[in-house]
Write a protein that binds this ligand. Structure first.
Ligand code: PA5
Length: 448
């Protein structure tokens, strides 16, 4: 079986092979540092061997819990924010039929999300949609105290209990949280909910291969064993015993740091399959929260092509030259559609008749890559042989490992997120949360 591959465009002088090669010692040392646990943030390295340490018993427990939800629910609401929902959503959207939610004869419950925003209309519409439906809840919060998911859980727990009775609701709520701390743990114990643990040493954005990602993914009817197998494979391929030249995580980490040092401050993750939109959202959190600190770090952005070629394409081709692109390319689509012939040929496209739609998409991909390179935008490409659980497992672990190495090369702690606290402090001060009296006074003074 082939693996995902990394291609680095060397047609221009942007990425000099000798410059990348000069990272060998540093990148290997950074990879090693992750494994010895002697680097920054070393209390959050549980994700490193998460794939290979998952036991048969644990997988079966997740699958059985997913089956209960699948057998009893038309809709399952996954409650969580940031790392507590993006990994699951990335995999579910990438591997589910794009129009599945419209189908009446369904094999799996519709998966919807809550707690990832505080939009009043969103919550209202969600509650309206759930009226009269058999639904379940997977509530995910490592801290168990995050405002957005706590609010959504309050609302939906009450609705579920009112609609189906407390005893049924108790069977249809699963919580994923800290093993002993936090409000969600306390509530789960009180109510007798089924729970899974997010280990202390696994941070939110590195938790997709824990129950945080695996339970919603299994509930959507996807094969978590294949996902984990792909991740195990990548864990081996990117281990610190694998030399720099053969280690795609180290190569990617080195290349992006080299580009950053040469003024490329923004990395745009590109896809040509709209199903990968949320993989980009997951990736943006992973890299943004891991590297954006100490006034350093590449800004992670994303586009969906060819859609965004008709909007952001202009900026990418001709705007400020501070960007580079990393393209996720899927070699073989899962389905076949041929470009149709049309007798009138008014659009002049009959020259494409009989070709696979993917051939047109691939030529758009290649043509765009060449145009952007000509326009001064370095390009990297990550190729997936196919879009399935196994290769997504490889991709997720590849990005996680590369992120750890890249953060260490950059010199930051990739596993903390002190910056996300600032908005919370202001929000609580403005909302006059008990305990925030001083901050409330100060913020009111400032806003006078
Ligand atoms: O990566 C992270 O640590 C964050 O995105 C968290 O996952 C997010 O803030 C949600 O936190 P919690 O799971 O504690 O509710």
């Amino acid at each position: 079986m082939k693996d995902i591959q990394l291609f680095i465009d060397k047609t221009y002088d942007f990425i000099k092979p000798e410059a990348i090669a000069s990272y060998k010692t540093n990148a290997e040392a950074c990879n090693h540092l992750l494994h010895t646990g002697e680097g920054k943030g070393n209390d959050f390295l549980g994700w490193l061997d998460l794939p290979s340490s998952i036991t048969e018993e644990h997988l079966t427990d997740i699958e059985n819990t997913a089956k209960t939800l699948r057998d009893n629910c038309e809709v399952v609401v996954v409650i969580g924010i940031g790392g507590s929902y993006l990994g699951a959503k990335a995999v579910i959207e990438a591997l589910s039929n794009s129009f599945d939610w419209l189908q009446t004869e369904r094999k799996s419950p519709v998966i919807v999300y809550a707690g990832q925003n505080i939009g009043e209309d969103y919550l209202y519409e969600l509650q309206e949609m759930l009226k009269g439906k058999r639904f379940g809840i997977i509530s995910i919060s490592k801290s168990g105290t995050t405002t957005e998911p706590a609010l959504a859980f309050r609302l939906l727990k009450t609705q579920l209990e009112e609609q189906q009775g407390k005893s049924d609701a108790q069977k249809l709520i699963v919580c994923i949280t800290d093993k002993s701390r936090g409000a969600l743990r306390t509530l789960s114990t009180q109510e007798g909910y089924k729970t899974f643990v997010i280990e202390d040493n696994v941070g939110g954005r590195f938790s997709v291969l824990s129950p945080v990602g695996l339970l919603p993914i299994a509930t959507a009817g996807l094969d978590i064993r294949q996902l984990v197998s792909g991740a195990v494979r990548m864990e081996q391929q990117c281990a610190d015993t694998v030399p720099f030249e053969e280690n795609i995580a180290a190569q990617y980490a080195a290349t992006r740091n080299e580009l950053y040092r040469n003024g490329k401050k923004i990395e745009i993750l590109v896809n040509y399959q709209p199903k990968l939109h949320y993989v980009s959202e997951w990736w943006k959190q992973l890299y943004g929260e891991s590297e954006g600190k100490e006034h350093k770090g590449i800004f992670p952005a994303s586009v969906d092509f060819t859609t965004d070629l008709h909007s952001m394409g202009q900026w990418i081709q001709d705007g400020e030259r501070t960007i580079f692109e990393t393209v996720i390319s899927v070699k073989e689509p899962n389905h076949k559609v041929l470009f149709p012939n049309n007798d009138a040929n008014l659009d002049g496209l009959n020259f494409l008749a009989g070709k696979r739609v993917d051939e047109v998409n691939k030529m758009a991909e290649l043509g765009t890559m060449l145009a952007h390179v000509d326009g001064g935008v370095p390009n990297l490409k990550i190729e997936l042989p196919q879009l399935n659980e196994y290769y997504l497992g490889e991709l997720l672990y590849f990005f996680e490992k590369a992120c750890g190495i890249s953060g260490y090369i950059l010199g930051v702690n990739p596993f903390d997120q002190p910056g996300v606290e600032a908005y919370k402090k202001n929000m609580f001060a403005l909302l006059e949360k008990p305990g925030y009296e001083e901050a409330t006074k100060a913020i009111k003074e400032r806003l006078k």
